[in-house]
Design a binder for this molecule. Structure first.
Ligand code: EPZ
Length: 441
């Protein structure tokens, strides 16, 4: 398994381009299952989860052409398999996003129940309750969710009140409702920008979705959907990660191809702790620091509040801030795995259930650390950039899942970071791109 070797202490300087959003690309790829016509997606991130989703679509019988690296032409005219197997779902929970489209278009679907993961139990009960409200018969069988639409194979529009805000739950029900008979209303729906991006694609395919980006989404079901072209929005979490990278190294970064309005809460929070963030234009930020960082409490909540996917990166930054910062994680019950690794680097962090108290500033020193999940690994990379000496991060396959060539992007702005491959211990040459087979492992 690959590792990262980071020699810290360099201020980052230069410009970095943001890739497409993983958490929009995944549901948009699944949406192609709703039609027999071709869906063309541009600005896909070159990340491992996208390759896994592609493999799932191909296993179901779809064809996926790649005219260029970040464009996929997906055609689901000949779907022969209606099952997302355990082997795939265990590597990527978002495989459950196949459930809604398969059930809506073919009246049947079988998807392995995703188990828990490092950050929490993450049940999908709210997805399943939603499908039952749309008339589906849902049962668990041998670790699989087996779902069937009513007699005539079509779901029936209904009112769904989500007990909790769920992003993929909203996306699954959204997609299912586009082909249902009649109207569906989703209440307490997630408002993440990725939801609005999916709705934009669905409406281009001929769906009738209103209210995306608000807690109430209305979907008028249609007989069939057509093909469409769509460009995936920039990744707001990758943007936030690079803002923190500039701040934690006291460097200067120009962040291009981003969409600042998608991470307003993050930008506001970071400005309040002393990070200068200038919007040079609608898709470019200039980030500097200049003054000492001030500690500030934060609570993670669904969009538009502070995203849980930025919590780990924020914790790394708070190790360098003056004072005490209380970080409250309300979305996932076990999302502080990175804290103990940051403590190994000398950070002062006290954990109490869903509350972490970070006291700073502390001088971090390089150490061997272990990545446990996607965003935790990003926080360890950030800590390694500011730590004195060398940090070795193991299991970086976690970061490859959602960040496109992060070490290449960081090296281009002055970081001393190398990918050590399990087999060849010598670091890769300057701009060697990770090859697809390695990422797919
Ligand atoms: C999405 O996960 C994202 N993944 C996650 O990003 C992100 O952390 C999360 O939303 C919250 O913003 C993708 O979009 C692929 P949820 P999702 O359903 O949809 C509970 C990353 O780092 N819940 O909104 O799985 C659940 O346990 C990843 O890129 C139920 O109880 O998250 C959690 O506590 C990590 N029952 C809360 O709701 C359900 O049926 C929110 O989960 C569904 C969810």
């Amino acid at each position: 398994m690959d590792k990262f070797l980071i020699s810290g202490g360099r201020a980052l300087n230069g410009s970095v381009a943001i890739s497409g959003a993983k958490n929009s690309a995944l549901p948009c790829m699944a949406a192609a299952l709703l039609t027999a016509e071709t869906v063309t997606l541009h600005n896909l991130p070159y990340a491992r989860d996208i390759i896994t989703q592609r493999r799932l679509l191909e296993d179901l019988g779809a064809t996926v052409l790649t005219p260029e690296l970040r464009t996929h032409k997906i055609n689901a005219a000949h779907i022969e398999v209606f099952e997302a197997p355990y082997e795939l779902v265990k590597t990527m929970r978002a495989s459950v996003l196949a459930l809604g489209p398969l059930l809506a278009r073919f009246g049947k679907a079988k998807v392995s129940l995703p188990g828990g993961c490092a950050i929490g139990t993450r049940p999908i009960d709210l997805h399943l309750k939603g499908f039952e409200l749309l008339g589906a018969e849902v049962r668990l069988e041998g670790g699989n969710v087996v779902a069937r639409a009513p007699q005539d194979g079509r779901l029936i529009g209904a009112i769904v009140n989500f007990e909790k805000v769920t992003v993929t739950g909203t996306e699954n029900l959204l997609m299912a409702a586009t082909l249902a008979r009649g109207k569906t209303v989703l209440h307490n729906a997630a408002c993440e920008p990725e939801i609005s991006d999916l709705c934009e694609l669905l409406n281009r395919m001929g769906a009738r979705v209103r209210g995306s980006g608000t807690p109430t989404i209305e979907i008028e079901g249609v007989e069939a959907l057509g093909g469409a072209q769509h460009t995936i929005i920039p990744d707001r979490i990758e943007t936030g990660t690079f803002i923190v990278a500039a701040a934690i190294t006291d460097g200067e970064l120009i962040i291009k191809d981003c969409q600042p309005e998608h991470l307003t809460s993050v930008i506001e929070q970071l400005r309040e702790v002393g990070v200068n963030i200038e919007e040079l234009n609608q898709s470019t930020l200039r980030v500097t620091r200049g003054t000492a960082l001030r500690a500030k409490n934060v609570t993670t909540e669904p969009h538009p509040k502070f995203p849980t996917d930025m919590q780990a990166q924020y914790m790394a930054l708070m190790t360098q801030a003056e004072g005490e910062a209380i970080i409250t994680e309300t979305v996932f019950e076990n999302r502080f795995m990175h804290a103990s690794e940051l403590q190994r680097m000398g950070a002062q962090i006290h954990l109490n259930g869903r509350i972490a108290t970070v006291t700073g500033p502390t001088k971090l020193t390089g150490a061997p650390v272990l990545a446990s999940d996607l965003r935790a690994s990003a926080s360890l990379v950030l800590a390694g950039l500011v730590a004195q000496g060398e940090t070795v991060i193991e299991r970086v396959y976690h970061i490859d899942r959602g960040y496109e060539r992060i070490e290449t992007k960081l090296r281009a702005v002055g970081a001393n970071i190398q990918r050590l491959r399990e087999s060849v211990t010598a670091p890769l040459s300057e701009d060697a791109a990770p090859d697809a087979t390695a990422l797919a492992s």
